[in-house]
Design a protein around this ligand. Structure first.
Ligand code: MLT
Length: 407
């Protein structure tokens, strides 16, 4: 008799963004005349930067020539991309990261979801609340939690991120082994200072814990005092893994390219306390389960680091930031408390009412899709998240409609 992994049955019926897409689709079937503006899922809307398109075309042409064709590439990514990443994203900012510590993949969602396979099932896991649901659901699947009760899973340590703590989690009162942090944060848009991040690195070092640092939105940081990488903080190499993505940086949500940094010094422990290099485990896993990102896509990602590419991706991010700032100003002017929208494409708005009710109201009365905060955890019950990923014209139109709907 083939038996299932019972832990899957603990999961909520569907993944948050699939659930929202279904609700919007059903609404659209009932109201085909309504024009929707989608500010829900953080999916980019602008075309790929010209530098990436040129590199893609050239790489596709190479694949058509017998003398330039490439079959399987290195599972970890081509050296040309790993070296460009190490130089531009880390070494140029004084962060000590080598090319052979970078693992190119098809997405930060996959990597943040897959990484937990390396760790024991009886470790204590801490997640922020609100939280990107992938961190939680993948630990549920692995059996690290109990049942879902009152908006959370038993056995997980939820770190509240609220107005009271400036949406920055406090160190846990009980010891934890694996800590998920995300800055600029999804969903709140909050950012962390170097000093605040240092307290987390110090905690991890003191407790032999590990931080999974999701920096998928670092390209939106404009305040130079803020760290873009956890490796800008002293002592992080031993206790942190960092996830980055070209999705939001360069418009690759449909093209798929990301990377994970696992420093050689990063350490976890065997059951007898012996230290084990996490990089070797991840390398083993990656080589076993993954055949690498396609050659043309890696060339397109490399083009992000050319001078033209850098200017073009900055322009893309600036556009989305302008939208997010506009959303924040509009909601603040209506009297709502907001966070994010300055160094982040997301704005987190306290609607002071049930978040699904607010979602339904905006959908029905304004034709605007947002993300209900409850989908990210208990601390999101009265919040909605609005994303800046759309055209400025659509964002303006959406805010005008929302102002009219809330009058
Ligand atoms: C989001 O809307 O939170 C993101 O688009 C989800 C993702 O990147 O997977």
């Amino acid at each position: 008799m083939i038996r299932i992994n019972e832990h899957f049955l603990k999961l909520q019926a569907s993944y948050l963004f699939a659930n929202i897409a279904k609700r919007v689709e059903e609404y659209q079937v009932r109201h085909p005349e309504k024009e929707m503006i989608r500010l829900g899922i953080g999916d980019v809307t602008h075309a790929l930067p010209p530098a990436c398109i040129a590199a893609l075309h050239q790489a596709v042409d190479e694949m058509a020539r017998e003398d330039a064709f490439r079959g399987y590439g290195p599972e970890q990514g081509y050296a040309f991309l790993r070296e460009a990443i190490a130089r531009h994203d880390f070494q140029s900012r004084g962060a000590d990261v080598d090319a052979d510590e970078i693992f190119v993949s098809d997405g930060a969602k996959c990597d943040t979801g897959n990484i937990q396979e390396l760790f024991a099932t009886d470790i204590r896991v801490a997640v922020p609340d609100p939280v990107y649901p992938v961190y939680v659901d993948t630990n549920v699947m692995a059996g690290r939690t109990g049942l879902y009760q009152d908006g959370g899973y038993e056995g997980l340590v939820y770190l509240a991120c609220t107005e009271a703590n400036g949406y920055i989690p406090q160190l846990p009162a009980e010891p934890v082994d694996l800590i998920y942090l995300c800055f600029p944060n999804n969903p709140t848009g909050a950012t962390i200072t170097r000093e605040q991040l240092q307290t987390w690195v110090d905690y991890a070092r003191a407790h032999k814990a590990l931080i999974l640092y999701d920096a998928a939105y670092e390209a939106f940081i404009r305040d130079d005092r803020l760290p873009r990488s956890i490796y800008e903080v002293a002592g992080a190499r031993e206790v942190a893994i960092e996830f980055r993505s070209f999705s939001k940086t360069a418009g690759f949500t449909g093209t798929r390219c990301a990377y994970t940094v696992v420093p050689k010094a990063c350490t976890a422990y065997g059951h007898d306390g012996r230290p084990v290099a996490v990089r070797d485990l991840w390398n083993r896993r990656h080589a076993t389960k993954f055949n690498g990102v396609s050659y043309p896509v890696q060339r397109a990602a490399e083009a992000v680091y050319s001078p033209e590419g850098q200017a073009q991706v900055k322009q893309l991010a600036d556009g989305y930031l302008k939208n997010a700032a506009f959303v924040r100003r509009a909601f603040s002017a209506m009297g709502f408390d907001c966070v994010g929208g300055d160094n982040s494409p997301y704005v987190w708005i306290n609607g002071r009412r049930d978040s699904w009710a607010f979602f339904d109201l905006l959908l029905d009365k304004a034709g605007v899709v947002c993300t209900p905060g409850a989908g990210f955890g208990r601390c999101g019950q009265t919040y909605i998240r609005i994303s800046g990923f759309n055209s400025f014209a659509n964002v303006q139109k959406a805010m005008t409609r929302i102002q009219a709907a809330l009058q």
